[in-house]
Design a protein around this ligand. Structure first.
Ligand code: C6P
Length: 405
């Protein structure tokens, strides 16, 4: 079955707005997707009729909220094929999930002399937390290099792995280039050296099938807001036995068993890592986003977006003076490009005047930009509601921008 983008577009009310008097062409989906109607409806319903705290009260609203919150956990468990629901920890987002792991590992597990391997193409949120953790204990961050197309150099990766490697952290899909990394193979290699593996799935969770059992990763992080869901909600998946070995992240309500001034004991998974009142409405509405994706079929989503990628790559590559940065064999629907004699910020501004939203800049991947030899790029990132007509509009607007600049 293929997707029907016309029908899908009806589920995204924001697509009806005008920007500078033009139809909105939203191509900044890697930064954050627009929100689908069932998510908006659920948020509205929660705050209108169902708001109450969870995991605390015995009254109707609290119990109803707790049940719905936990239903999202079960939905996420199924969505990524985790063994247990308590392996799903709700966080604020990918950044928060990675910081949780880095911070907890640095309190007793990561030792001086250990190495954390991360690739050149990581988002800053999969670089800086590891630098901070390593700094605390005297461990070292080691870079896995990428080639000119923006692909991980697997041979170099093999050579960098050693008995000092404590953890490898890698994006499933690069936000800046769209490269799909061979993470299954990378996980196998890391495990052969006794290292843990964290997958940053921020850019893959809404675009391709995720199966943590099959991947055998130790941790996975992703954000609801890149999956048509609310901001401020993310997931950390961790294998039960590993999460049980980590100390708690933050202290507060819900994460404790018994508190006394002599000794405090901690709650079991997943509550041990969920201190304080969470984003209840957001988590509940996130289930509507997961149901939406599942309803469309993740393989249909992948195939449709791949079709758009092929079409857009062909059209954009044909524009004289425009160069695509990131030409991996295996790519998702993200196209970063530069234009002779034009700064990406100017491209972004001029495209915006034509109603087209793209992201420009370093995309929170400064080391990668340096490696690719560019200070910044303009990036168009596509999803289920984008169409070939919108690709045509982008191409026409790039040509107009080029002529203007
Ligand atoms: N990338 C982009 O425009 P948060 O902000 O916590 O939801 O996600 C952080 C993050 C981590 N890893 C990858 C691969 C990402 O792409 C992102 C977010 C956005 O590319 C915003 S910088």
């Amino acid at each position: 079955m293929s997707l029907d983008p016309k029908k899908i577009r009806e589920d995204f009310p924001e697509l009806a707005i005008k920007v500078h008097g033009k139809d909105l062409v939203y191509l900044d989906n890697a930064a954050s997707t627009l929100k689908c109607a069932p998510v908006i409806k659920e948020i509205n319903k929660h705050y209108s009729l169902e708001a109450a705290n969870i995991h605390r009260g015995v009254h109707f609203l609290s119990e109803q909220g707790t049940r719905k919150f936990e239903e999202t956990r079960l939905a996420v468990q199924k969505f990524i094929n985790a063994k247990h629901d308590h392996e799903i920890i709700f966080t604020k987002g990918t950044t928060d999930s990675i910081n949780l792991v880095a911070d907890c590992l640095a309190r007793g597990i990561l030792q001086a002399g250990d190495e954390i391997l991360i690739s050149t193409m990581e988002h800053h949120s999969n670089i800086v937390p590891w630098q901070m953790a390593c700094e605390r204990v005297g461990a070292k961050v080691v870079e896995i290099p990428v080639n000119d197309s923006g692909e991980i150099k697997l041979d170099e990766y093999r050579k960098l792995l050693s008995d000092k490697t404590r953890l490898v952290a890698c994006a499933h899909i690069s936000n800046a280039l769209g490269t799909i990394n061979p993470i299954k193979k990378m996980i196998e290699l890391a495990h052969a050296h006794g290292a843990l593996f964290l997958v940053d799935a921020a850019q893959s969770a809404a675009h391709m099938k995720i199966n943590v059992e099959a991947l055998n990763c130790d941790f996975m992080a992703f954000s609801s807001h890149k999956m048509f869901g609310p901001t401020g909600v993310g997931v950390l998946y961790g294998k039960e036995e590993i999460l049980n070995k980590l100390p708690p992240y933050q202290g507060g309500g819900d994460m404790i068993d018994v508190v006394s001034f002599e000794k405090t004991t901690y709650n079991t998974l997943p509550h041990k890592f969920e201190a304080g009142t969470p984003h209840i409405a957001g988590v509940i509405a996130f289930k509507a986003a997961i149901d939406y994706i599942t309803g469309l079929g993740i393989d249909n989503i992948y195939n449709y977006e791949h079709e758009l990628l092929t079409y857009a790559t062909e059209k954009i590559s044909a524009i004289e003076g425009v160069r695509i940065v990131g030409t991996a064999k295996d790519k998702s629907a993200v196209i970063s490009f530069v234009m002779d004699g034009a700064h990406p910020h100017d491209i972004g501004t001029l495209l915006d005047r034509q109603g087209i939203a793209v992201r420009t800049g370093h995309h929170c991947t400064q080391p990668l930009m340096k490696r690719m030899g560019v200070p910044a790029t303009a990036r168009a990132s596509f999803t289920i509601y984008n169409t070939k007509e919108e690709v045509d509009a982008l191409v026409a607007a790039i040509i107009k921008t080029k002529d203007f600049l």
